[in-house]
Design a protein around this ligand. Structure first.
Ligand code: SF4
Ligand code: SF4
Length: 298
Protein backbone atom coordinates (compact mmCIF):
# COMPACT_ATOMS: atom_id res chain seq x y z
CA UNK A 1 0.00 0.00 0.00
CA UNK A 2 1.73 3.25 -1.09
CA UNK A 3 2.18 5.79 1.69
CA UNK A 4 2.95 9.48 1.13
CA UNK A 5 3.96 11.67 4.07
CA UNK A 6 3.85 15.46 3.66
CA UNK A 7 6.48 17.16 5.84
CA UNK A 8 8.12 20.51 6.29
CA UNK A 9 11.13 21.23 8.43
CA UNK A 10 9.37 24.26 9.90
CA UNK A 11 5.79 25.21 10.56
CA UNK A 12 3.92 27.75 8.47
CA UNK A 13 5.13 26.60 5.06
CA UNK A 14 1.62 25.68 3.84
CA UNK A 15 2.05 21.95 4.42
CA UNK A 16 -1.42 21.30 5.82
CA UNK A 17 -3.19 23.47 3.24
CA UNK A 18 -1.46 21.49 0.51
CA UNK A 19 -2.23 18.18 2.20
CA UNK A 20 -5.92 19.13 2.23
CA UNK A 21 -5.72 19.80 -1.51
CA UNK A 22 -3.97 16.47 -2.10
CA UNK A 23 -6.67 14.73 -0.06
CA UNK A 24 -9.22 16.33 -2.37
CA UNK A 25 -7.32 15.17 -5.47
CA UNK A 26 -6.60 11.68 -4.15
CA UNK A 27 -8.94 8.97 -5.38
CA UNK A 28 -9.80 6.02 -3.20
CA UNK A 29 -7.37 6.79 -0.40
CA UNK A 30 -7.30 7.52 3.32
CA UNK A 31 -6.00 10.70 4.90
CA UNK A 32 -4.13 10.56 8.16
CA UNK A 33 -3.28 13.60 10.33
CA UNK A 34 -0.05 12.70 12.09
CA UNK A 35 0.56 16.17 13.55
CA UNK A 36 -0.80 14.89 16.85
CA UNK A 37 0.61 17.70 19.00
CA UNK A 38 -1.16 20.43 17.03
CA UNK A 39 -3.57 18.85 14.55
CA UNK A 40 -5.54 21.17 12.29
CA UNK A 41 -6.27 19.23 9.12
CA UNK A 42 -9.67 18.39 10.62
CA UNK A 43 -10.57 22.10 10.57
CA UNK A 44 -10.42 22.06 6.77
CA UNK A 45 -11.80 18.56 6.25
CA UNK A 46 -14.57 18.73 8.89
CA UNK A 47 -14.62 14.94 9.46
CA UNK A 48 -17.52 13.11 11.06
CA UNK A 49 -16.17 11.02 13.92
CA UNK A 50 -17.26 7.38 13.59
CA UNK A 51 -15.26 5.90 16.45
CA UNK A 52 -13.33 7.51 19.28
CA UNK A 53 -10.54 5.81 21.24
CA UNK A 54 -8.50 6.70 24.30
CA UNK A 55 -4.75 6.82 23.79
CA UNK A 56 -3.20 5.16 26.82
CA UNK A 57 0.57 5.32 27.04
CA UNK A 58 3.11 5.20 29.84
CA UNK A 59 2.41 5.41 33.55
CA UNK A 60 2.16 8.07 36.21
CA UNK A 61 2.60 7.91 39.98
CA UNK A 62 -0.33 8.10 42.39
CA UNK A 63 0.00 8.45 46.16
CA UNK A 64 -2.52 6.64 48.37
CA UNK A 65 -2.80 9.11 51.24
CA UNK A 66 -4.22 6.53 53.61
CA UNK A 67 -0.94 4.55 53.43
CA UNK A 68 1.46 7.49 53.33
CA UNK A 69 3.46 8.19 56.52
CA UNK A 70 4.84 11.46 55.11
CA UNK A 71 8.44 10.37 55.40
CA UNK A 72 9.25 12.63 52.41
CA UNK A 73 11.55 10.11 50.72
CA UNK A 74 9.68 10.19 47.40
CA UNK A 75 9.82 13.98 47.23
CA UNK A 76 13.58 13.93 47.74
CA UNK A 77 14.23 11.11 45.27
CA UNK A 78 12.09 12.38 42.38
CA UNK A 79 14.60 14.04 40.08
CA UNK A 80 11.79 15.58 38.03
CA UNK A 81 10.46 17.48 41.08
CA UNK A 82 7.05 16.03 40.37
CA UNK A 83 6.16 15.43 44.02
CA UNK A 84 5.35 18.43 46.14
CA UNK A 85 3.59 19.49 49.25
CA UNK A 86 -0.14 20.14 48.84
CA UNK A 87 -1.67 21.34 52.08
CA UNK A 88 -0.83 18.67 54.66
CA UNK A 89 -0.28 16.03 51.99
CA UNK A 90 2.13 15.17 49.22
CA UNK A 91 0.83 15.17 45.67
CA UNK A 92 2.13 14.19 42.23
CA UNK A 93 2.11 16.83 39.51
CA UNK A 94 1.03 14.84 36.42
CA UNK A 95 2.61 17.38 34.07
CA UNK A 96 6.01 16.75 35.63
CA UNK A 97 5.79 13.02 36.35
CA UNK A 98 7.84 11.02 33.83
CA UNK A 99 6.65 7.65 35.11
CA UNK A 100 10.19 6.53 35.98
CA UNK A 101 8.93 4.57 39.00
CA UNK A 102 11.67 5.65 41.44
CA UNK A 103 9.14 6.89 44.02
CA UNK A 104 7.30 3.58 43.81
CA UNK A 105 10.56 1.72 44.54
CA UNK A 106 11.75 3.92 47.42
CA UNK A 107 8.44 4.28 49.25
CA UNK A 108 8.72 2.24 52.49
CA UNK A 109 4.93 2.09 52.91
CA UNK A 110 3.88 0.85 49.48
CA UNK A 111 1.82 4.01 49.19
CA UNK A 112 2.73 4.80 45.58
CA UNK A 113 1.26 2.99 42.60
CA UNK A 114 1.98 3.49 38.92
CA UNK A 115 -1.18 3.77 36.88
CA UNK A 116 -1.64 3.86 33.13
CA UNK A 117 -1.78 7.32 31.64
CA UNK A 118 -4.57 8.63 29.43
CA UNK A 119 -2.56 10.86 27.09
CA UNK A 120 -5.07 11.77 24.40
CA UNK A 121 -7.83 10.67 22.05
CA UNK A 122 -7.73 9.31 18.53
CA UNK A 123 -10.50 9.05 15.98
CA UNK A 124 -11.67 7.05 12.99
CA UNK A 125 -13.71 9.43 10.88
CA UNK A 126 -15.22 10.01 7.48
CA UNK A 127 -14.65 13.20 5.52
CA UNK A 128 -15.83 14.56 2.19
CA UNK A 129 -12.53 13.28 0.75
CA UNK A 130 -12.82 9.78 2.21
CA UNK A 131 -11.89 8.07 5.47
CA UNK A 132 -9.64 9.88 7.89
CA UNK A 133 -7.74 8.99 11.06
CA UNK A 134 -6.62 11.75 13.41
CA UNK A 135 -5.82 12.40 17.05
CA UNK A 136 -5.31 14.94 19.75
CA UNK A 137 -2.61 14.59 22.38
CA UNK A 138 -3.49 16.26 25.68
CA UNK A 139 -1.41 19.32 26.67
CA UNK A 140 1.98 18.44 28.11
CA UNK A 141 1.75 14.76 27.16
CA UNK A 142 4.56 12.89 25.48
CA UNK A 143 4.67 9.68 23.46
CA UNK A 144 3.61 11.52 20.30
CA UNK A 145 5.71 9.09 18.24
CA UNK A 146 3.76 6.16 19.65
CA UNK A 147 0.44 7.87 18.87
CA UNK A 148 1.62 8.48 15.31
CA UNK A 149 2.40 4.79 15.06
CA UNK A 150 -1.10 3.90 16.32
CA UNK A 151 -2.67 6.15 13.67
CA UNK A 152 -0.55 4.73 10.88
CA UNK A 153 -1.41 1.21 11.89
CA UNK A 154 -5.11 2.06 11.87
CA UNK A 155 -4.80 3.77 8.48
CA UNK A 156 -3.14 0.64 7.06
CA UNK A 157 -5.86 -1.61 8.45
CA UNK A 158 -8.65 0.62 7.12
CA UNK A 159 -6.95 0.88 3.73
CA UNK A 160 -6.59 -2.90 3.52
CA UNK A 161 -10.16 -3.58 4.67
CA UNK A 162 -11.65 -1.13 2.15
CA UNK A 163 -9.26 -1.91 -0.72
CA UNK A 164 -7.97 1.68 -0.79
CA UNK A 165 -5.11 2.67 -3.08
CA UNK A 166 -3.18 5.27 -1.09
CA UNK A 167 -2.40 6.49 2.43
CA UNK A 168 -1.81 10.25 2.56
CA UNK A 169 -0.30 11.57 5.80
CA UNK A 170 0.11 15.09 7.11
CA UNK A 171 3.22 14.97 9.30
CA UNK A 172 4.38 17.36 11.99
CA UNK A 173 6.94 20.11 11.56
CA UNK A 174 10.48 19.53 12.80
CA UNK A 175 12.59 16.39 12.83
CA UNK A 176 11.62 14.88 16.18
CA UNK A 177 10.08 11.64 17.31
CA UNK A 178 6.64 12.09 15.63
CA UNK A 179 8.31 12.92 12.29
CA UNK A 180 10.59 9.88 12.50
CA UNK A 181 7.58 7.74 13.37
CA UNK A 182 5.59 9.18 10.47
CA UNK A 183 8.38 8.29 8.04
CA UNK A 184 8.35 4.66 9.12
CA UNK A 185 7.14 2.61 6.17
CA UNK A 186 6.61 5.67 3.92
CA UNK A 187 7.24 5.27 0.20
CA UNK A 188 7.60 8.99 -0.53
CA UNK A 189 8.11 12.12 1.57
CA UNK A 190 6.75 15.34 0.07
CA UNK A 191 8.76 18.19 1.57
CA UNK A 192 7.10 21.60 1.49
CA UNK A 193 9.65 24.41 1.78
CA UNK A 194 9.30 28.18 1.76
CA UNK A 195 12.10 30.43 0.48
CA UNK A 196 13.23 32.01 3.75
CA UNK A 197 16.52 31.50 5.59
CA UNK A 198 14.83 29.44 8.31
CA UNK A 199 12.73 27.59 5.73
CA UNK A 200 15.86 26.58 3.81
CA UNK A 201 17.70 25.62 6.99
CA UNK A 202 14.88 23.45 8.34
CA UNK A 203 14.23 21.92 4.92
CA UNK A 204 17.81 20.62 4.89
CA UNK A 205 17.32 19.04 8.31
CA UNK A 206 14.21 17.12 7.29
CA UNK A 207 15.81 16.24 3.94
CA UNK A 208 18.78 14.78 5.84
CA UNK A 209 16.34 12.74 7.89
CA UNK A 210 14.71 11.34 4.74
CA UNK A 211 18.13 10.51 3.32
CA UNK A 212 19.09 8.78 6.56
CA UNK A 213 16.06 6.50 6.30
CA UNK A 214 16.45 6.09 2.50
CA UNK A 215 13.03 7.56 1.81
CA UNK A 216 12.73 9.33 -1.54
CA UNK A 217 11.82 13.00 -1.30
CA UNK A 218 9.73 15.11 -3.61
CA UNK A 219 9.95 18.86 -3.11
CA UNK A 220 7.38 21.64 -3.35
CA UNK A 221 8.75 25.17 -3.12
CA UNK A 222 5.78 27.12 -1.80
CA UNK A 223 5.42 30.92 -1.96
CA UNK A 224 8.44 30.68 -4.26
CA UNK A 225 8.18 34.25 -5.57
CA UNK A 226 8.59 35.79 -2.10
CA UNK A 227 12.37 35.41 -2.32
CA UNK A 228 13.62 34.42 -5.76
CA UNK A 229 17.26 34.15 -4.65
CA UNK A 230 16.54 31.65 -1.89
CA UNK A 231 14.06 29.78 -4.10
CA UNK A 232 16.87 29.43 -6.68
CA UNK A 233 19.27 28.24 -3.96
CA UNK A 234 16.74 25.59 -2.87
CA UNK A 235 16.34 24.47 -6.48
CA UNK A 236 20.11 24.11 -6.74
CA UNK A 237 20.17 22.06 -3.55
CA UNK A 238 17.49 19.79 -4.99
CA UNK A 239 19.53 19.31 -8.15
CA UNK A 240 22.71 18.58 -6.16
CA UNK A 241 20.95 16.05 -3.96
CA UNK A 242 18.92 14.52 -6.77
CA UNK A 243 15.53 15.39 -5.30
CA UNK A 244 12.54 15.46 -7.59
CA UNK A 245 10.83 18.86 -7.65
CA UNK A 246 7.09 18.41 -7.96
CA UNK A 247 6.09 22.05 -8.02
CA UNK A 248 7.00 25.66 -7.49
CA UNK A 249 3.98 27.58 -6.30
CA UNK A 250 3.61 31.36 -6.06
CA UNK A 251 2.31 33.25 -3.06
CA UNK A 252 -1.41 33.76 -3.56
CA UNK A 253 -3.94 35.12 -1.08
CA UNK A 254 -6.55 32.75 -2.57
CA UNK A 255 -5.19 30.09 -0.22
CA UNK A 256 -6.10 32.25 2.78
CA UNK A 257 -9.56 32.89 1.35
CA UNK A 258 -10.01 29.14 0.83
CA UNK A 259 -8.87 28.42 4.41
CA UNK A 260 -11.35 30.91 5.84
CA UNK A 261 -14.08 29.16 3.82
CA UNK A 262 -12.75 25.79 5.13
CA UNK A 263 -12.02 24.65 1.59
CA UNK A 264 -9.01 23.10 -0.07
CA UNK A 265 -7.53 25.41 -2.71
CA UNK A 266 -8.38 22.83 -5.36
CA UNK A 267 -12.06 23.15 -4.46
CA UNK A 268 -11.98 26.78 -5.57
CA UNK A 269 -11.63 28.39 -9.00
CA UNK A 270 -8.22 29.87 -8.06
CA UNK A 271 -5.45 29.49 -10.66
CA UNK A 272 -3.29 28.30 -7.76
CA UNK A 273 -5.58 25.26 -7.55
CA UNK A 274 -4.62 24.26 -11.11
CA UNK A 275 -0.92 24.53 -10.19
CA UNK A 276 -1.48 22.30 -7.17
CA UNK A 277 -3.17 19.75 -9.46
CA UNK A 278 -0.02 19.73 -11.63
CA UNK A 279 2.17 19.29 -8.53
CA UNK A 280 0.02 16.38 -7.34
CA UNK A 281 0.28 14.68 -10.72
CA UNK A 282 4.06 15.04 -10.53
CA UNK A 283 4.04 13.55 -7.03
CA UNK A 284 2.11 10.52 -8.24
CA UNK A 285 4.55 10.05 -11.11
CA UNK A 286 7.45 10.38 -8.69
CA UNK A 287 5.82 7.89 -6.31
CA UNK A 288 5.63 5.43 -9.16
CA UNK A 289 9.20 6.09 -10.28
CA UNK A 290 10.78 6.11 -6.83
CA UNK A 291 11.14 9.93 -6.89
CA UNK A 292 14.89 10.11 -7.59
CA UNK A 293 14.39 12.09 -10.76
CA UNK A 294 13.93 15.79 -11.36
CA UNK A 295 10.79 16.07 -13.44
CA UNK A 296 9.78 19.70 -13.51
CA UNK A 297 11.64 22.51 -15.28
CA UNK A 298 11.24 25.58 -13.07
S1 SF4 B 1 7.31 8.17 38.75
FE1 SF4 B 1 9.31 9.20 38.68
S2 SF4 B 1 8.83 11.20 37.86
FE2 SF4 B 1 6.91 10.35 38.57
S3 SF4 B 1 6.67 11.14 40.61
FE3 SF4 B 1 7.66 9.13 40.78
S4 SF4 B 1 9.84 9.57 40.83
FE4 SF4 B 1 8.81 11.41 40.09
S1 SF4 C 1 7.82 7.76 50.25
FE1 SF4 C 1 5.79 6.85 50.55
S2 SF4 C 1 5.39 7.12 52.72
FE2 SF4 C 1 7.09 8.47 52.24
S3 SF4 C 1 6.11 10.43 51.76
FE3 SF4 C 1 6.32 9.35 49.82
S4 SF4 C 1 4.40 8.27 49.57
FE4 SF4 C 1 4.50 8.86 51.70
Amino acid sequence: MPEIVVLSGKGGTGKTSLTAAFAHLMHNGIVCDLDVDAPDLHILLAPQVQQEHAFISGVEARIAREHCTYCGRCEVMCRFEAIHQQGNNLAVNPLRCEGCGVCHVVCPSNAISLTQKHCGQWYESSSRFGPMVHAQLFPGEENSGRLVSVLKQQARETAKKNALDLILCDGSPGIGCPVISSLSGAHLAVLVVEPTPSGQHDFLRVADLCDHFHIPASIIINKADLNLAIAAAIENLCTERGYAVAGKLPFNMDITTAMIAKQAITETASPLGAMVVDAWENILIQLKNGARKRTLPL
